[in-house]
Each structure stands twice: as C-alpha cells, then as structure tokens.
Design a protein around this ligand. Structure first.
Ligand SMILES: Nc1ncnc2c1ncn2[C@@H]1O[C@H](COP(=O)(O)OP(=O)(O)O)[C@@H](O)[C@H]1O
Ligand SMILES: [Mg+2]
Length: 248
C-alpha cells in the first residue's frame, strides 16, 4: 500500500459568498516528504485552496484530509495542532511587536510551558540566525525579506509536518528570494512536507516534484515538471495559462 498523502482536497468546492464557488470539485494531493507546487493565473483560486487546507474556509462540498483522515470542518487551530502551518500571502506580522514577541505569540496555546516556548524560539533562531540578532527589533522596521524570514521562522517554530507557503517571495529582492527558495528546497530533508503556491513559475517548477496547474478554481493538469517538459501540447497549454514555458 502506498502512503496516504500528507494532505488532500477531494472534490472540494469552496465559496466565500453564497453559492459562488471559487473552487469547483478540486482534487489536490500533497505528497508526504515532497514539495508540491500550485501554479496558475491570478485569481485561479490558489490562495483559496490553501485557506481550505488550513481550515480558514470550509468547503461547501467535498473534503479536506490529513494523512488520509477526513478532517473537513476543523477550525484552523486544530490544523496547527495536527502539524499544519500556513504562511499566508499577505503580511501577517504584528508590526508594533518585537521579532521575539511575534514568535512568542505563535506559542500562545502552550504559553504556560516555558521549556516548550524556549525550544520553539530556539528552533526559529537556529533556522534564521538573523532573527536572533534582531530579536528586540520591531517587526515592522525590518525589510520585506527579513519579515518573510520571520514569518517562515514563526511557522517552523511550531515544528510542523506540513507547511503551506503562499507566494513566499512576492515583492522580495532577488538575493533574498534565492535564499528563500534554497531554504524551502531543504525542508523535506528536515522531514517537512511542502505545498508551495507561487507566481514565480520558474522557481516553482524548479523545486517542486509535483505540480498542479489551476485555472478558475478547477484542476487543469497535474504531473511532474519533467513530464510536462516532454509533452509539447501540455507545454503550450501551460505557457498559455501561466505565461511560462517549461523546458526539458
Ligand atoms: N475574501 C474574499 N471574498 C470574496 N472573494 C474572494 C476573496 N478572496 C478571493 N476571492 C476571489 O476568489 C477568486 C480566487 O482568488 P485567490 O484564491 O486569491 O486566487 P489566486 O491566489 O490564485 O490569485 C478570485 O476571483 C477572487 O476575487
Ligand atoms: Mg493568491
């Protein structure tokens, strides 16, 4: 028997208002121990899919699964307890708080357990030594790239098994972007499964072992980048949707 995916959406339909389904019967599997990528044009529903996988939106039909178990309807904090972390597309830091206080807030649910809180801070600081240097600085005074590191460090402080990353390098300087991609690439070796949503199709194709291409809330195709690269028709279709040609 093959291992169940770390997370799945099964025929999931998701709406923000009434019956306008932004995602329609979406099937998506996040393979354990790998990097799964989602690409697709703006407004395709990539962020919506991540919100559904984190319990921020409850599907109106279909299911969300963790390790093959149906967990549809669990609230986000339960997903956190189950080892799922989300780094959302929009900035999510408390600008007026220090780097360390932002990290401490992530530990709120176990704030009475000092050893565990200290271990969580240490995990973030080990991943990103810069955060330790800046731990007394206000989050809002750091550069965009540094803030991204703090958001990543905060997600990893909780020792997740799965991280959902939404456009991790949007509006970030190229040098820091490259660092962020290298960091993401190293996560599976630490036992962390990754789902990466990215507008930077080139990087997403480079580091993901499996790709989903979404268009208007539906699956278009999925497969490995090399499979796409060897199929001229698919390459042309993908180039049309996301304005990027996958080469062998
Ligand atoms: N909070 C919201 N309320 C209503 N509609 C939304 C909301 N967020 C996103 N949408 C709509 O859902 C669709 C998909 O959005 P999104 O998942 O953000 O796309 P992507 O991340 O692929 O760019 C878009 O048409 C967008 O306008
Ligand atoms: Mg988005």
């Amino acid at each position: 028997m093959t291992e169940a995916p770390a997370m799945e959406l099964r025929r999931a339909s998701v709406a923000y208002h009434g019956d306008i389904r932004i995602l329609q019967d979406l099937d998506l599997a996040v393979r354990a121990g790998g990097i799964t990528g989602i690409i697709g044009p703006n407004g395709a529903g990539k962020s919506t899919a991540l919100k559904a996988l984190y319990g921020l939106l409850r599907p109106v039909a279909g299911d969300v699964l963790i390790d093959g178990e149906v967990v549809t309807g669990l609230p986000p904090w339960r997903f956190i307890e189950r080892g799922v972390a989300l780094v959302p597309q929009n900035r999510s830091l408390f600008n007026e708080l220090s780097v360390e206080d932002n990290l401490r807030l992530a530990c709120w649910s176990f704030r009475g357990d000092r050893a565990r809180v200290e271990a969580a801070l240490e995990r973030a600081y080990t991943q990103f030594p810069l955060l330790k240097e800046r731990r007394r600085h206000l989050a809002g005074t750091m550069s965009g790239g540094q803030q991204r590191f703090l958001e990543l460090g905060r997600a990893l402080a909780l020792k997740p098994r799965v991280v959902l990353l939404d456009e991790p390098t949007a509006m970030i300087a190229p040098r820091l972007s490259a660092e962020i991609y290298e960091f993401i690439r190293g996560l599976p070796a630490q036992g962390i499964t990754v789902l990466l949503v990215d507008q930077n199709v080139r990087q997403c194709v480079r580091i993901a072992d499996h790709l989903y291409v979404l268009e208007l809330g539906r699956n278009k195709v999925d497969g490995s980048a090399s499979a796409f690269a060897h199929d001229e028709q698919l390459r042309n279709l993908i180039a049309e949707w996301v304005d990027y040609r996958i080469d062998a």
